[in-house]
Design a protein around this ligand. Structure first.
Ligand code: NCD
Length: 306
């Protein structure tokens, strides 16, 4: 049984499939004119974000609201974190207000795990440093499954700044657990040092990396996490590593293109690809709400625990 959602590396394939199936069944609620079900009535969900976010925070909050939970969002920039309060003191104080679930994003890898150990309520990792972002990978997997009808046997090429990407890591663990193949494609300076110990194919050549891919996922250059000297100029980077219509010529003809957002158009992805019929980028965003509903539902026990 799921008690927290911290990392897909530590999540069973069975639980991953359960979350995807539940999210798929919740998609229908999002199409209704009145988007409200009573499932989590009376529950309090707090989102605590120490890093910028648009999609992730709004979709967690909307997911909770659709299921009738109450939500409070705390941004570290306007909280007592600014006065020097530690992460553990902050989360213990929130818990003391009798909240039922904590969703958190933090720049330090392992932060959500630490909070989960300190609290007796479910904690959801909404991104911890360069480590994991499990709900992003789940929404990516749901989007792929909707378009391709399956995940098993597919080749997913993840392109760009893998080194700093928690999205790449969560997708690697999630996708391989359900039988997809993952390729990390990018310049050697932006690949993790331990990449050869991971269950992944690696390519430092865009052409070879995209060959025969069913899915191409472009990643943002996370310059906020970068040391200097990892990159040539942005212009050179986009010419060599940008996902363009030309670069996609070697993929499977029905290959889809994904991006977790926020996109830097003209850097890691060209405008025409981002807006093309192959792009499923906005479907990913819609699925993000359904996946977060599923995660809150299973962690908070749904109606059974009401
Ligand atoms: C990603 C993140 O924050 O890890 N964004 C997201 O949640 N959709 C990727 C990024 O910031 O580039």
């Amino acid at each position: 049984m799921l008690t927290d959602l911290i990392a897909l590396r530590d999540t069973d394939a069975e639980d991953i499939r359960l979350l995807l199936d539940t999210a798929q069944s919740f998609r229908e609620i999002l199409e209704r004119p009145v988007k409200k079900v009573p499932t989590l009535r009376g529950r309090q969900v707090v989102t605590l974000f120490y890093e910028a976010s648009t999609r992730t925070r709004v979709s967690f909050e909307n997911a909770a609201k659709i299921m009738s939970a109450d939500t409070t969002s705390v941004a570290a920039s306007t909280s007592s974190v600014q006065k020097g309060e530690s992460l553990l003191d902050t989360v213990r104080n929130l818990r003391a207000m009798q909240i039922d679930c904590l969703v958190m994003r933090h720049p330090q890898s392992g932060a959500a795990h630490m909070a989960a150990q300190a609290l007796d309520i479910p904690v959801v990792n909404a991104g911890d440093g360069m480590h994991e972002h499990p709900t992003q990978a789940l929404l990516d997997m749901l989007t792929i499954r909707q378009r391709k009808g399956r995940l098993e046997g597919l080749t997913v090429a993840i392109v760009g700044d893998i080194l700093h990407s928690r999205v790449a890591r969560s997708n690697l663990w999630g996708l391989t657990k359900v039988g997809a193949k993952v390729r990390f494609v990018g310049p050697a300076t932006l690949l993790p040092r331990d990449v050869h110990r991971l269950p992944v194919e690696v390519s430092t050549d865009l052409h070879r990396g995209l060959e025969g891919a069913d899915v191409v996922m472009a990643l943002r250059l996370q310059q906020e996490r970068m040391e200097r000297g990892l990159l040539p100029s942005l212009r050179e980077y986009s010419q060599r590593w940008g996902v363009s219509a030309r670069a996609l010529e070697v993929t499977k003809p029905d290959c889809i293109v994904m991006h977790p957002g926020p996109m830097n158009r003209g850097v890691e992805i060209t405008d025409d690809v981002a807006d093309s019929g192959r792009s499923v980028i906005l479907e990913q965003v819609t699925n993000g709400v359904a996946v977060r509903m599923a995660v809150l539902y299973h962690l908070l026990g749904g109606e059974a625990a009401a």
